[in-house]
Design a protein around this ligand. Structure first.
Ligand SMILES: Nc1ncnc2c1ncn2[C@@H]1O[C@H](COP(=O)(O)OP(=O)(O)O)[C@@H](O)[C@H]1O
Ligand SMILES: [Mg+2]
Length: 292
């Protein structure tokens, strides 16, 4: 075993232990036993047909209810689009899923065994939930290749990073990701010289290198050209063939191109859900959102 793998193994073991303690006064011994097991990435339990489950989640900021009894169910391999007016709570919902914001009440599960409210933000990323923020955050002075390679090194110790070499499975994955994000011909270009759209794709690629089971993407096509927007819809559909994706977006052409189930958020709760045609015909949606 390489020192890398040993260190990764030790980290995982430590995390598993930490979670046991964090579990503290669990409701049942059975659940506590699950916590040790789920620390290994790629083991999210979707036997009950959902990868993400929110029920009656609420959070207030200074008395203002940003999220109000929100419930949401995402299936394994589903690509779901979330729309809604500014301030509807879309980003806050992602903050709650990723552990950045703690809800005041409600249930948030990743698969059927992982209670996300018991985990910290860094742990949640390790468990297999990747998040793409609105602004691209690639390393501009590094090449496309180096950015993708770096995505594998994060959360490792300095020593492990110095010893880091791509193994053949990782090289294969990097090539596959390059192809997915349409940057195979740009491996040695500096990320700083890419177009805005390409930077967004590169950042999505960096997340894919970590093989998340669920990817959250916040307003990816803002500032993109029409051609880039179309390609991004294709890209997310491709990604959703092997993992689940939740994408928040305002751009209706993009939402139409995705062609998937849409959830309309309004004042922190689900206002309407279904195909784009269905929600666009919903009188409640027309009043609060599309009609304005
Ligand atoms: N950390 C915070 N502190 C105070 N208010 C917040 C915070 N985060 C979000 N809000 C408020 O919660 C509401 C929902 O915001 P947000 O989730 O960003 O909406 P969306 O992404 O749908 O535009 C807004 O009114 C926003 O001002
Ligand atoms: Mg937002």
């Amino acid at each position: 075993m390489t020192p890398d793998l040993m260190e990764a193994g030790a980290e995982r073991a430590a995390r598993a232990k930490g979670m046991h303690h964090a579990g503290g006064s669990t409701e049942s011994g059975g659940r506590s036993a699950d916590f040790g097991r789920i620390a290994t990435p790629g083991e999210v339990d979707v036997t009950h047909g959902r990868i993400l489950y929110l029920e009656d989640v609420s959070v207030s900021f200074d008395g203002f209810k940003a999220i109000n009894k929100l419930s949401l169910d995402i299936a394994p391999g589903e690509l779901r689009c979330i729309i809604g007016p500014n301030g509807a709570g879309k980003t806050t919902m992602m903050d709650i899923i990723t552990g950045k914001t703690r809800p005041d009440e409600g249930t948030v599960f990743f698969g059927s065994t992982i209670d996300l409210l018991r985990h910290r933000e860094a742990d949640i990323a390790q468990l297999g939930i990747g998040r793409k923020f609105q602004k691209p955050t690639v390393f501009e002075h590094l090449t496309v290749f180096e950015n993708l390679e770096l995505a594998l090194k994060t959360n490792k110790g300095v020593r492990a990073s110095m010893l880091f070499r791509l193994d053949s499975a990782q090289s294969d994955r990097l090539a596959e990701v390059l192809h997915t994000i349409h940057l195979s011909d740009s491996v040695s270009r500096l990320a700083g010289n890419l177009s805005h759209g390409q930077k967004q794709w590169l950042e999505i690629g960096m997340l894919l290198m970590q093989e998340p089971d669920l990817l959250l993407v916040d307003e990816p096509v803002a500032g993109m050209t029409d051609a880039e927007t179309e390609r991004t819809a294709e890209l997310l559909r491709h990604i959703a063939q092997t993992r689940s994706v939740i994408v928040v977006e305002h751009d209706m052409e993009f939402v139409r191109a995705l062609g998937v189930k849409v959830t309309v958020l309004h004042e922190g709760s689900v206002l309407s859900e279904g195909s784009l045609e269905k929600v666009q015909a919903d009188q409640k949606v027309i009043e609060v959102y599309l009609g304005r």
